[in-house]
Design a binder for this molecule. Structure first.
Ligand SMILES: C[S@@+](CC[C@H](N)C(=O)[O-])C[C@H]1O[C@@H](n2cnc3c(N)ncnc32)[C@H](O)[C@@H]1O
Length: 231
């Protein structure tokens, strides 16, 4: 995409009512527009969604395909897509806005900052959809299922919250199984190395993201892990 198109999308993000952003580590406060700060931490349902539905986060949401799909499948869930790439978020945010879907929001930020924007016990479920696998061992702490990130999620998850990972990457899949095994606060509920070879027991697994479609075209196997926060 051209730089001009990206800049147009960044500008439009700030005018969409369902996009909030901040990726500053020194001033981690969400903004609605260039100058309007919002503080929804612990009060997303009261101040933004205006309902009592449980909140699901889609981390590394890209264009938000899972947020949109889950929202359609589960009318009694609120969805928040999180990603740092504004031009990708724009696709999902624009679609949700055009569909008048007020149960979806997007936060453009670094996932490392999420504990500034959500309160302990505020999040019922997390989907991590096709995150970058960061294959080099030296970069393993950047994987969104590394102990560092799981410790961040613990700051916002409810007891019994479910975390899902969908990936095409065998290393990330194995790595995540090991991390969960080592962490007494999480229990593994399910793992599947090739979900489309088996009968899918969860209809939401049929949803496909932009990257997932590309992986499937290349004949890759899609892997899935479901685990639960028990602390
Ligand atoms: C491979 S893409 C997957 C996008 C989408 N889930 C899909 O499957 O089409 C990975 C996404 O993770 C986002 N991402 C990676 N690390 C991140 C971080 N630390 N904070 C926010 N976004 C991150 C990238 O911006 C990118 O959009």
């Amino acid at each position: 995409m051209s730089t001009k198109n990206k800049l147009l999308r960044f500008a439009e993000n700030l005018s969409l009512p369902n996009v909030f952003e901040n990726y500053s580590f020194s001033d981690p406060v969400l903004y609605k527009s260039l100058h309007d700060k919002v503080d929804f931490k612990g009060r997303w349902n009261e101040l933004y969604f205006k309902n009592d539905f449980p909140i699901t986060l889609e981390l590394a949401c890209g264009g938000g395909e899972y947020s949109l799909g889950l929202s359609a499948l589960f009318p009694q869930k609120n969805l928040i897509g999180v990603d740092i790439k504004g031009a990708r978020i724009w696709r999902g945010a624009k679609k949700a806005f055009e569909e008048n879907n007020t149960r979806i929001a997007f936060v453009r930020t670094k996932i490392e900052l999420i504990h500034h924007f959500f309160e302990k016990n505020e999040i019922s479920e997390i989907w991590i959809t096709f995150p970058d696998p960061f294959l080099k061992h030296s970069k393993s702490t950047k994987r969104l299922t590394s102990p560092f990130y799981l410790s961040l999620y613990k700051n916002i998850l409810k007891h019994d919250a479910i975390v899902h990972l969908k990936t095409d990457d065998t290393n990330l899949y194995q790595f995540t199984l090991e991390v969960i095994h080592e962490d007494p606060d999480f229990i593994l509920l399910e793992s599947n190395e090739d979900i489309y070879r088996t009968d899918l027991i969860y209809p939401e697994l049929e949803l496909k993201t932009y990257y997932e479609l590309k992986h499937l075209e290349q004949g890759k196997r899609i892997k899935y892990i479901r685990f639960q926060y028990k602390a």
